[in-house]
Ligand binder design. Structure first.
Ligand code: GLN
Ligand code: ZN
Length: 783
């Protein structure tokens, strides 16, 4: 049997949460016990069928596997755990005789139960999506435990749409797994490849029997230098995996044709991933042509394969200039591929559903953006147009191509996109604007002014966001609570938070951030150049969704943002109050950012706006200002070759934001969510006077690492994990603090929790902070 033809237009995946977050609501109501598993299955099935039909309406072919079957109840990596029956031993009782999890069991592995911790969660490549990390040991059982993928294929086929099931590939699955606690030291999950492949073989056979023409196996491990497995091992595993899956099985009768997806970057790293895949017997390879480039030289082995040109950006929200994208597709002709078709760079999971879900008439979002944006549905439309251009010729879609050009052109010249004053200011920057004076002088001036004790105690900024705070904000947004009353409510909250901190005996106080809905959205709402959506939800993990702001124009600060809150707070206490801002890199990392200029230029614009805010805070008498950069590590490029340039612009934008202050103003920063190994140098480069970092779970590991790297400014390693309600004992905190003062000059050490307290309740917050202060007193007495 010969391989089927790959459809001329397709997308690598589609949002599964539902345009009105139907899946989120259905799943959460199942968790709450309000609905049964059957009811959840029925809702999800209706959603899947509606999505498949919608994608056909938007222009994907209904009969050839153009529509991706990329549904998941929670996470696509967890789905492979379920497929393989590879649940950690603590959850073994949840599986049946065949190793299968029912829906309740599946969610338990994702969310934990009692003492049994869920699978760990971590970032999916360079997106803000988080997957569950499988735990694999020498003895993890693998068998074809779950045929959900097959059943979902049949379900769509019965509804009239022949989909292309999408599954995380075996190499990426194992490369992202961690060695289970009970495995031997040095055990590598990838060493179990030979045991996993037979299950994939069974899955492919079952899909072929069900009539699936294509299956998509995603192998983004091929584009990253940042996973734990060396590239050479990933490459050897890919060769072996696709020998077993593609070469040893007959296409058509024993397996569907295989598309290997390689999203999130170029395949050309230290090793040539494209040549590697071309040498296998898979039928199609999808390239990310937004992040990656492809040299137009013939690649041996491609002549009998389809190359899917991922030219439509699956990871950002801008409408494409279709003529330019078509040129990119045509540029692939030199590769010598058997066929070239059109697709997205990544799954559309990372963008919202539909631009038309916004209310473009009520003034809540700049109406001009309607024409400039493309969410998932618009992107499917773009793919369909490009596919027609390829099959029927450009003239068939000349109008649409022209419309896309006009939209991009109108965006380029629209007011607010380029603000001359912002450009002039950025162009006039000099070295000096990025650096402060000598640290020793700064430290002396700051100590003279602040007169802080040894081991100063503080918090990271937020205090618990109580139901009352959320209710007040919701009422204010609805117009049912006046701005004045809202402000009064927040001021009352700040007063309580200040009194509490004084009672507990903390040295540097915060206002608690009650007025912030989110540390990025709050600034996006108060800066010009940003838009926020009403329905632009994107899955972050499981049932959790976020609405990233859209940074579309040159960034300016129409008015001071935090100054009134901070000065109000300072008026309530004799103790120093720390002002609190979100840094440029984090604002970019958690927004959709304009794609018409380098990220570094945009970061500097945000940096300048923050610089003005910091100047105003300083002028208002706020002597300590913290600029949070929890996402500094997050935007680090997957390819080593790109990392230095990133660290350069990201660190510069922070320095631009903070370097305008006088010596005696103390700048803090805060970092979390990561292993810091690759960014230790960058942390030093930020030149903050004090850096607080997540450290409790790794037992202060970061402190000696920083000290060894020559870091010699203030350091606040987190002394307890705020992600759990558990109250750390005084002894525990004392222990960690002693570790810290042993590995770095104790005069540099600050004492604080790992991160902000907004997700905690007051009960545990107060008890934990009291123990933090007692522990500090105990260690001070030893110094
Ligand atoms: N200042 C913020 C807070 O305390 C920092 C949050 C973060 O690091 N993610 O909530
Ligand atoms: Zn944090």
């Amino acid at each position: 049997m010969s391989a089927p033809t790959f459809p001329s237009g397709s997308v690598l995946g589609y949002p599964r949460i539902g345009p009105r977050r139907e899946l989120k609501k259905a799943v959460e109501s199942f968790w709450a016990g309000r609905t049964t598993a059957d009811e959840l299955e029925a809702t999800a099935s209706a959603l899947r069928v509606a999505v498949a039909k919608r994608l056909v309406d938007l222009g994907l072919d209904a009969s050839s596997g153009a529509v991706p079957g990329s549904f998941s109840y929670y996470d696509q990596v967890l789905d492979v755990v379920a497929l393989l029956g590879a649940v950690p031993s603590r959850f073994a009782s949840l599986t049946d005789a065949k190793g299968a999890l029912d829906l309740a069991g599946y969610f338990t592995v994702a969310r934990g139960a009692g003492e049994d911790a869920p699978l760990e969660m971590t970032k999916w490549f360079d997106t803000n999506y988080h997957y569950l990390v499988p735990e694999i040991s020498e003895s993890t059982p693998f068998r074809f435990a779950d045929d959900r993928v097959v059943r979902q294929f049949v379900e769509a086929k019965d509804a009239g749409v022949v989909t292309r099931p999408v599954v995380v590939g075996p190499v990426t699955f194992l490369a992202l797994s961690k060695a289970a606690d009970d495995s031997a030291p040095g055990f590598s999950p990838l060493s179990r490849l030979a045991d996993v492949l037979p299950v994939y073989v069974e899955l492919l056979r079952a899909l072929a029997a069900a009539g699936a023409p294509w299956v998509q196996l995603d192998e983004p491990a091929l584009v990253s230098d940042s996973i734990d497995v060396p590239a050479a091992e990933v490459h050897a595993a890919v060769t072996e995996a696709y020998r077993v899956l593609a070469t040893e099985l007959a296409v058509g009768s024993e397996r569907p044709a295989i598309l290997v997806g390689a999203p999130f970057g170029g395949l050309q790293g230290e090793h040539d991933g494209l040549a590697l895949l071309a040498a296998t017997d898979v039928e199609a390879i999808s390239l990310d042509l937004v992040k990656g480039v492809v040299p137009a030289v013939p690649v041996p082995g491609l002549a009998d394969k389809t190359v899917v040109a991922g030219v439509i950006d699956g990871h950002n929200v801008w409408r494409a200039d279709l003529a330019a994208k078509l040129a990119l597709v045509e540029g692939l002709s030199g590769l010598g591929a058997g066929a070239v078709t059109v697709g997205t760079s990544t799954s559309l999971l990372h963008v919202p559903h539909d631009v038309e879900d916004e209310d473009w008439t009520n003034g809540s979002i700049d109406a001009r953006l309607r024409d400039w944006l493309a969410f998932a549905d618009q992107k499917v439309g773009e793919v369909a147009i490009l596919a027609r251009a390829l099959t029927e010729g450009r003239d068939a879609v000349a109008d649409q191509i022209e419309a896309s050009r006009a939209a991009v052109a109108s965006r380029a010249v629209a007011s607010g996109v380029v603000v001359p004053a912002v450009r002039e200011r950025a162009a006039a920057l000099t070295e000096g604007d990025f650096s402060r004076g000598d640290y020793a002088e700064r430290a002396a001036a700051q100590q003279a002014k602040l007169n802080l004790p040894l081991l100063p105690t503080t918090t990271i900024g937020s205090f618990p966001q109580t139901p009352e705070i959320r209710r007040a904000r919701a009422l204010n947004v609805k117009g049912e609570l006046s701005d004045t009353d809202y402000t009064t409510a927040m001021q009352d909250e700040i007063r309580r938070v200040v009194e509490l901190q004084e009672q507990i005996g903390l040295d540097v106080l915060v206002h608690g951030e009650p007025e912030r809905n989110d540390m990025v959205q709050y600034f996006a709402e108060n800066l010009d150049g940003f838009a926020v959506t009403a329905n632009g939800w994107v899955q972050s993990y499981g049932s959790r969704c976020v609405r990233p702001p859209i940074l579309w124009g040159d960034v300016t600060r129409p008015a001071p943002i935090t100054v009134d809150w901070s000065t109000f707070t300072a008026s309530l206490t004799e103790k120093p109050v720390k002002g609190m801002l979100t840094g440029p890199v984090t604002i970019l990392a958690w927004s959709f950012v304009r794609d018409d200029q380098p990220l570094g230029d945009t970061a500097n614009q945000v940096g300048l706006a923050l610089r003005d805010e910091i100047a105003d805070l300083e002028a208002a008498g706020i002597g300590i200002i913290q600029v949070d950069e929890p996402a500094l590590r997050e935007l680090l490029p997957l390819r080593k070759a790109d990392q230095a340039a990133y660290l350069d612009w990201s660190v510069s934008s922070f320095r631009l934001a903070t370097a305008g202050v006088v010596a005696e103003t103390q700048i803090h920063t805060h970092l979390c969510y990561s292993e810091f190994g690759e960014v230790i140098g960058a942390i030093d480069g930020l030149d903050a006077d004090v850096t607080s970092v997540e450290a409790a779970r790794s037992r202060m590991e970061i402190v000696p690492e920083l000290a060894e790297a020559g870091y010699a400014r203030g350091i606040g390693p987190g002394v307890y994990d705020i992600h759990s309600p558990r109250v750390p004992s005084t002894e525990e905190v004392t222990d960690l603090l002693e570790l810290a003062v042993k590995s770095i000059d104790s005069r540099l050490v600050w004492v604080n929790p790992d991160c902000g307290l907004k997700t905690r309740r007051y009960e545990e917050t107060v008890a934990s902070l009291e123990n933090l202060v007692s522990a500090t007193n105990a260690v001070r007495a030893q110094l």
